[in-house]
Write a protein of this length. Structure first.
Length: 330
């Protein structure tokens, strides 16, 4: 039985994407018959043992944040295969701000794992043969009760409030609309820094079309996904956001910033993109969505057409291919 040490910089109880990915992948790996231990980069490799035995495979999320652990794991378990999972901040920030550490993590890896199909365009060509993509999965929403006569056109933003997410862009886009507009933005997610909480409170005070509900449990987020008419993903950088997978599986139309992490999941010809941080362009798309049901229907068909790529079965098969690429057998 294959033994896997899964390293994530997000600790137990964290709602960060890296922790959610590690938890979900542990479940997929166990379905493949693996024994899995989730741990953090701060723990010494001696603590990565699985049932007292050295791991056959070390999977480390985040090339920069787990850099020290990646090198330590290579030294401690030279016979183990090493897979490094590349996140959005890895590729689009730390590759440039910390190139030495990022490069050392890539060089140490037997296999590199990305979360969207456009990742290679931002990586050195020399690493492409080692790069494999695992799309993050999502579960279908439970059946929703009909909601006749909805008064508002609800637009959902789901994700932690932090710089990379450009979190208030949708709120800015619905300021000062004509009184007849039914557009309303509901934002879910905790504020990573106090300044973002303060900014959200200030926005609510001045913008009656915006509500921030804070960090909600997953079932509440899924409930809001069933209520919303659209989702906005305004990120400046993404490594392959799970919320895109969730929207596709839910059939929830998406308006997304035009970045590789979104194009690599929704496709290059998706008509719901807007330039990063372009409030006017996003406002135009939102008003078009409110006024043209056919536009929303087209977006819904397009996201639904992607849903089969984001099933737990597809994710499990992709992880099995990563294991095989490491030269290991299940």
């Amino acid at each position: 039985m294959l033994k896997v040490a899964l390293i994530t910089p997000a600790g137990r109880g964290s709602h960060a994407g890296n922790r959610a990915t590690a938890t979900r992948w542990a479940a997929r790996l166990r379905e493949l018959g693996c024994r899995v231990r989730i741990t953090g980069p701060e723990e010494a490799p001696a603590g990565w043992r699985v049932d007292g035995q050295a791991p056959d495979l070390v999977m480390a999320l985040h090339a920069w944040r787990s850099h020290g652990a990646i090198l330590a794991g290579r030294r401690a378990f030279p016979a183990a295969a090493l897979a490094v999972v590349l996140t959005g901040t890895d590729v689009y920030r730390f590759q440039h701000s910390h190139p030495e550490a990022f490069g050392e993590s890539l060089a140490a890896a037997d296999v590199l794992v990305g979360l969207h199909d456009a990742l290679a365009e931002d990586l050195p060509a020399a690493v492409w043969p080692r790069l494999h993509v695992v799309h993050q999965s999502a579960l279908p929403l439970p059946p929703a009760a009909p909601r006749p006569g909805r008064r508002h056109f609800a637009v959902l933003v789901a994700g932690h409030l932090r710089e990379e997410k450009d979190p208030l862009r949708a709120a800015l886009a619905v300021r000062e609309l004509p009184a007849a507009s039914r557009l309303r933005v509901v934002q879910l997610g905790g504020a990573v820094e106090e300044r973002w909480a303060q900014a959200a409170f200030e926005e609510m005070a001045r913008n009656p079309r915006y509500r921030w509900l804070g960090d909600l449990p997953r079932w509440r987020v899924r409930q809001w996904m069933g209520r919303a008419r659209l989702m906005v993903i305004s990120s400046r950088m993404e490594g392959g956001a799970n919320v895109v997978s969730e929207a596709c599986v839910a059939g929830l139309p998406v308006l997304a910033s035009d970045i590789p992490g979104n194009r690599g999941l929704l496709g290059s010809d998706y008509p719901g993109y807007f330039p990063v941080a372009d409030t006017a362009s996003l406002r135009g798309l939102l008003r078009r969505a409110e006024a043209q049901p056919a536009f929303v229907d087209d977006l819904r068909r397009r996201v639904a057409a992607q849903a089969a790529r984001f099933t737990p079965e597809a994710e499990r098969e992709a992880l099995a291919r990563v294991i095989a690429a490491c030269g290991l057998s299940l």
